[in-house]
Design a protein around this ligand. Structure first.
Ligand code: SF4
Length: 200
């Protein structure tokens, strides 16, 4: 697979991310993927007259079932153990046993406790017109109001994480990454035992 580079806009976005100190080499491509996705989305949004209604403090979509990919799950595990203060880690570890069904395990005190490393779906999911009402699923109530990130953009971002799958033995070296490959790996965040993933 050819070496992937970041566009100038993706490089700008990448420079704003605050990675945990001593992040392992495998974690960096995940942030390259996030920067690539956010840069591509920004360019795509610039071509529409509509403006996302999502705003800081809204956590409506954090009460949906959140899918994530293995590379993201590895990243979140690392972040939980090395990227957050010990006190928050302890609190999260205790709270993870009491997460209401259908709520993201990382929604904490009205905010995202893993914002730096939140999965792509949390970065991709945007709505126009108005913020979601509590419990609203806009894919049912107003599908035309959802921002549809281009599959090509999504794949170009995901391609940065492909070496992680190769190192995990989930993909053969030299394979060309495809969208179906990544979609097949998707799991729900809420289905995983996060309590055991966080050191006491
Ligand atoms: S990871 Fe963060 S932003 Fe994504 S659903 Fe969970 S709390 Fe919300």
């Amino acid at each position: 697979m050819q070496q992937l580079t970041l566009s100038p806009l993706a490089q700008q976005k990448r420079a704003t991310y605050c990675l945990p100190a001593h992040s392992p080499a495998w974690l960096h491509p995940l942030f390259d993927a996030y920067a690539t996705l956010e840069a591509a989305q920004e360019q795509q949004l610039a071509q529409t007259p509509r403006t996302p209604a999502c705003h800081k403090g809204c956590t409506a979509c954090c009460t949906h079932l959140i899918p994530a990919l293995p590379a993201e799950i590895l990243g979140i595990r690392f972040y939980l153990n090395h990227g957050i203060p010990a006190e928050l880690r302890h609190t999260l570890r205790n709270n993870l046993n009491h997460v209401p069904e259908g709520t993201c395990p990382f929604l904490h005190l009205g905010g995202c406790s893993i914002y730096t490393i939140r999965p792509m779906v949390c970065r991709r999911y945007l709505v126009f017109s108005q913020p979601c009402a509590p419990g609203e699923h806009p894919e049912h109530t107003r599908p035309d109001d959802i921002f549809q990130a281009s599959p090509a953009h999504y794949l170009s971002a995901l391609a940065h994480t492909f070496p992680i799958y190769q190192s995990l033995g989930l993909a053969a070296p030299g394979d060309t990454p495809t969208l179906p490959f990544f979609l097949q790996q998707t799991v729900l965040l809420a289905s995983l035992d996060w309590h055991e993933s966080i050191s006491a």
